[in-house]
Design a protein around this ligand. Sequence first.
Ligand SMILES: Nc1ncnc2c1ncn2[C@@H]1O[C@H](COP(=O)(O)OP(=O)(O)OP(=O)(O)O)[C@@H](O)[C@H]1O
Ligand SMILES: [Mg+2]
Length: 247
Amino acid sequence: MSLLEVDNVSKRFGGLAALKNVSFTVEAGEITGILGPNGAGKTTLFNLLSGFLPADTGRIAFDGQSIRGLKPHRIVNRGLARTFQLTRPFFGMTVVENVIVGCLAPRVRDVHVSTERRAREILDQVGLGHAADALVDVLPYGDLRRLEIARALATRPKLLLLDEPFAGLGTSEIEPLATLIRRLHDEEGLTILIIEHKLREFMQLVSRVIAMDFGEIIMTGTPAETVRHPRVIEAYIGKAEADVAAA
Ligand SMILES: Nc1ncnc2c1ncn2[C@@H]1O[C@H](COP(=O)(O)OP(=O)(O)OP(=O)(O)O)[C@@H](O)[C@H]1O
Ligand SMILES: [Mg+2]
């Protein structure tokens, strides 16, 4: 049994078919990547998986049980958490308070462990320990991206969906964040599904790629297969960048 099974899932927005009969699986322990041009339907797919939008058709099963139609907090409680393409902190609260909110999910609430202590441990883990007591409103953008991940980790997910974690970051910030993501996988055994446009870092991180265009999966394969795939090059990468990514 795969950790996540998506079978014939579709989603329309009025006349626009944002997702058309999308089927794929994610195996426990993998880092799987989702690639595709702007508007391909990647975030919409995450919205369906995490319960933020209802699917029109199809089956979504997580850990052997259907999660289609469940509210977001129920899906989090099954062990599936996500981050957002645009960061969404609770303003007016401190960094550690933002993480404590995630630690209060019924799935992880533990009367024997102080939620604040857990939240601070998670902040240390993502390299934000120094900013724990700062107001979230004054956090630099790069730290907000790390906070997104900390808040998701607070719910102790089995599967973490990352929507463009490197978006808006400078080159010097991307590599350390990629290292953090790899560590969460290698050391914590977290299964990860990641959307990202920064090709080189993306290809180094993932073991399998799902490439999308116009709401459809156009191929799945290894990073090496992906950058050589004619439809992927045509839809997204372009020849010059394919050579760079394959190097
Ligand atoms: N809530 C919505 N209502 C109407 N249309 C939407 C909604 N969400 C997404 N869309 C449309 O669905 C299509 C897919 O959007 P989506 O955000 O999933 O793309 P994406 O692959 O994440 O793109 P990007 O790389 O730019 O983030 C786009 O045409 C978008 O305008
Ligand atoms: Mg998107």
